[in-house]
Ligand binder design. Structure first.
Ligand SMILES: *[C@@H]1O[C@H](CO)[C@@H](O)[C@H](O)[C@H]1NC(C)=O
Ligand SMILES: *[C@@H]1O[C@H](CO)[C@@H](O)[C@H](O)[C@H]1NC(C)=O
Ligand SMILES: *[C@@H]1O[C@H](CO)[C@@H](O)[C@H](O)[C@H]1NC(C)=O
Ligand SMILES: *[C@@H]1O[C@H](CO)[C@@H](O)[C@H](O)[C@H]1NC(C)=O
Ligand SMILES: *[C@@H]1O[C@H](CO)[C@@H](O)[C@H](O)[C@H]1NC(C)=O
Ligand SMILES: *[C@@H]1O[C@H](CO)[C@@H](O)[C@H](O)[C@H]1NC(C)=O
Ligand SMILES: *[C@@H]1O[C@H](CO)[C@@H](O)[C@H](O)[C@H]1NC(C)=O
Ligand SMILES: *[C@@H]1O[C@H](CO)[C@@H](O)[C@H](O)[C@H]1NC(C)=O
Ligand SMILES: *[C@@H]1O[C@H](CO)[C@@H](O)[C@H](O)[C@H]1NC(C)=O
Length: 457
């Protein structure tokens, strides 16, 4: 198995986070000398002389990851076949730092880079501490059981006995820090001792364990310097021009940008496509409406209902199946076979059967939908809030005693939100307008004219 398998499972490290909402921000727009087409083109390309380059390299706006857990209130009853009841805990908030490194300009109009990130807990913004205890499904036991379903009775018996010996049960009571950043799992140690090649995890197991001080792979994207037509589009990721997690050509395509910037001069017909290594797929957001952010006109893009639809509801998604109800995506092939599902929080925009199967869920567009606000003239993100949920498919597996009489259910584990907070801190504004030669005022008026996007395009 070795390296690649480990990397994939560890990606259960739910690297899902990082769904690319970067905000380059208002400051960028304000320093643009003028919003005439040539100037915009010159300054949104990926080029060290471009005004956007510094902000492309390092996201200039404070950025946060907020995590909410679904604590299981009635674990013993769930084991007896009753409906799970969950209670939302959190948020546990982390400041996220990201910067691009190993930036290499290739001679074919592309640039290669990795994006590094690190996370730092913010007690003041959190509701609770990293030492809070939370009762969650024991992912290794319940996920492992579903993965073992088709194995021989002997192997399952061994698993049952092994788990029993180590006091491992269907639900676990662990701290936020352990769940996210890892704990020593006796079961993992046991497997690794007796079946050294069977399991991809060595050492600690945690949902976000390899997300801190990591990167999201080697991107090669078009700079738009020589030929503008492919600006920001991803050429390759980790050297691949398509991925192979899914069953159809269409689903394996790497579409769109790396998620930080898009081609300028957008119209409402434009859709926002990007490739997310964490979700192992390309995604597409669609125009919702237009508005104003800090005095700057923006287009708001949101997730279409088809984003996580199943293959029978939306045939182009067939390649992501086998599916269950519509509105959740089976990400098992890119999480080392673990029965994990990606969706909107609380199964928002999914088949209501899903949220009705668990007590305590309350899908609500205000709380649980995601958006990206883009300045249409430049294609630069101004504000965003990306919200996603991770769930575990659990059920009773014959031959594995620990799974009791659990009824099959897609049980939410956690959801998270990524986005800036205090986006436009006053010091930014003052810094720019303080400069005597700042083009700040005329520029703002320019972009305020709201017409600018369509006028220029
Ligand atoms: C980035 O550069 C460093 C130092 O040159 C190197 O060790 C590392 O492997 C590079 N990372 C990637 C992903 O290319
Ligand atoms: C451009 O060059 C890079 C580095 O040599 C290579 O990985 C990439 O495939 C090339 N892309 C195109 C479109 O030629
Ligand atoms: C992430 O790594 C940094 C640097 O090693 C460390 O200071 C920080 O506490 C880590 N964050 C978490 C959440 O463990
Ligand atoms: C979880 O463990 C902590 C510490 O041992 C304990 O205080 C708490 O009551 C436990 N929670 C539940 C629901 O058992
Ligand atoms: C730019 O690229 C597009 C598509 O790849 C191509 O059709 C067009 O001819 C190119 N333009 C120039 C000036 O090379
Ligand atoms: C990628 O783009 C192609 C063509 O526009 C489309 O058919 C396909 O469904 C897209 N794939 C994904 C995963 O978005
Ligand atoms: C797809 O979703 C619909 C609506 O939730 C559901 O009725 C159908 O059974 C699902 N298809 C599959 C293959 O599960
Ligand atoms: C999820 O997809 C995997 C791999 O394609 C498949 O084996 C598994 O049965 C699917 N899970 C569910 C619950 O449908
Ligand atoms: C950015 O979006 C968030 C919603 O996630 C909102 O609370 C915030 O007010 C927005 N920022 C500004 C400056 O409008």
């Amino acid at each position: 198995m070795g390296g690649s398998a480990r990397a994939r499972w560890v990606a259960v490290g739910l690297g899902i986070v990082g769904l690319l909402c970067a905000v380059l921000g208002v400051v960028m727009i304000l320093v643009m000398p003028s919003l005439i087409k040539q100037q915009v083109l010159k300054n949104v390309r990926i080029d060290p002389s471009s005004l956007s380059f510094g902000m492309w390299k390092e996201i200039p706006v404070p950025f946060y990851l907020s995590v909410y857990f679904f604590e299981v209130v009635n674990p013993n009853e769930v084991l007896k076949g009753e409906k799970p009841i969950v209670r939302e805990r959190g948020p546990y908030v982390y400041r996220e730092f990201r910067h691009k490194a190993n930036i290499t300009f290739n001679d074919n109009d592309t640039v290669s880079f990795v994006e590094h990130r690190s996370l730092h807990f913010q007690p003041d913004r959190s509701h609770g501490s990293e030492s809070d205890y939370i009762v969650l499904p024991n992912i290794l036991v319940l996920g492992g059981a579903v993965m073992m379903e088709d194995k021989s009775a002997g192997l399952k018996l061994m698993m049952t006995l092994g788990l029993a010996t180590m006091g491992q049960r269907a639900f676990m009571n662990r701290t936020v820090g352990e769940i996210l950043w890892g704990y020593e799992d006796p079961f993992v140690n046991f497997i690794n001792k007796y079946f050294p090649d069977m399991f991809p995890i060595k050492g600690k197991f945690g949902l976000f364990v390899e997300m801190n001080n990591s990167d999201s792979g080697l991107f090669t994207v078009f700079t738009g310097v020589q030929n503008f037509s492919k600006i920001h589009l991803v050429d390759r990721w980790n050297g691949l021009s398509k991925i192979n997690y899914w069953h159809s050509e269409q689903c394996n395509m790497i579409n769109g940008t790396s998620g930080q910037m898009w081609a300028p001069f957008m119209t409402p017909q434009y859709s926002l496509e990007f490739f997310s290594p964490e979700a192992c797929r390309s995604m597409k957001l669609t125009y919702h409406d237009s508005g104003v952010f800090e005095g700057i006109p923006i287009y708001r893009f949101t997730a279409p209902k088809t984003l996580f639809a199943n293959g029978s509801v939306y045939p182009p998604n067939e390649g992501f199946c086998p599916c269950l109800e519509s509105g959740i995506q089976n990400v098992s092939t890119c999480r080392f076979g673990a029965p994990l599902f990606l969706s909107h929080p609380h199964f928002y925009n999914a088949d209501p059967v899903l949220s009705e199967a668990v007590l305590g869920l309350n899908p609500d567009p205000k709380e649980h939908s995601l958006f990206l606000d883009i300045h249409p003239v430049t294609g630069i993100p101004m504000n965003c809030s990306v919200k996603l949920q991770l769930s575990l498919y659990i059920k009773s597996v014959k031959g594995i005693g620990q799974t009791g009489k659990i009824e099959p259910v897609v049980l939410p584990l956690l959801w998270f939100e990524q986005g800036p907070k205090d986006t436009m801190s006053p010091p930014n504004l003052i810094a720019w307008s303080d400069q005597p030669s700042s083009p700040y005022t005329p520029l703002l008026e320019d972009s305020l004219s709201g017409q600018s996007a369509s006028a220029i395009a």
